[in-house]
Ligand binder design. Structure first.
Ligand SMILES: N=c1c2ncn([C@@H]3O[C@H](COP(=O)(O)OP(=O)(O)OP(=O)(O)O)[C@@H](O)[C@H]3O)c2ncn1[C@@H]1O[C@H](COP(=O)(O)O)[C@@H](O)[C@H]1O
Length: 109
């Protein structure tokens, strides 16, 4: 069950799904789908880089803006691959409370 914090992800995912049949001339998302996987991956990479630069420059407002761009393009990537945000939220939920160091040690051991 989505909480109010994650509900926007579900709403956005529904829009991204609907954009699969939209006109690329009026929809950024439809245009990006039309360009294909490599173009979507390029946007994810660019937004990740811009996130790093905003953090290094110590600009919190820009950082929030860039991370929103990054998350948005990750959602576009998930939709393109036939996935929504829920499996990612489920995976984070599964990991919740499990120390990253402990998990790493289990994998190494
Ligand atoms: N959340 C977003 C969102 N965040 C960022 N963007 C777009 O992502 C692009 C980010 O690319 P850049 O920052 O590199 O800017 P740019 O120079 O315009 O991009 P390029 O020409 O380099 O590709 C911009 O065009 C932003 O407008 C978004 N576009 C759409 N959404 C959501 O998706 C919905 C559907 O959008 P459309 O398909 O356009 O109707 C919207 O209602 C919003 O809810």
């Amino acid at each position: 069950m989505a909480t109010p914090d994650t509900e926007v992800l579900a709403r956005l995912a529904a829009v991204l799904e609907a954009r699969k049949g939209a006109d690329p001339d009026v929809s950024y998302v439809a245009k990006l789908y039309g360009k294909g996987l490599d173009a979507i991956l390029k946007k994810v990479g660019e937004e990740a880089t811009e996130t790093v630069m905003a953090a290094k420059d110590g600009e919190p407002e820009r950082l929030v803006h860039e991370i929103a761009d990054l998350w948005f393009h990750c959602l576009v990537l998930l939709a393109h691959q036939g996935l929504g945000p829920q499996p990612v939220l489920d995976e984070l939920d599964r990991r919740f409370g499990l120390s990253g160091l402990e998990e790493h040690a289990r994998r190494a051991g």
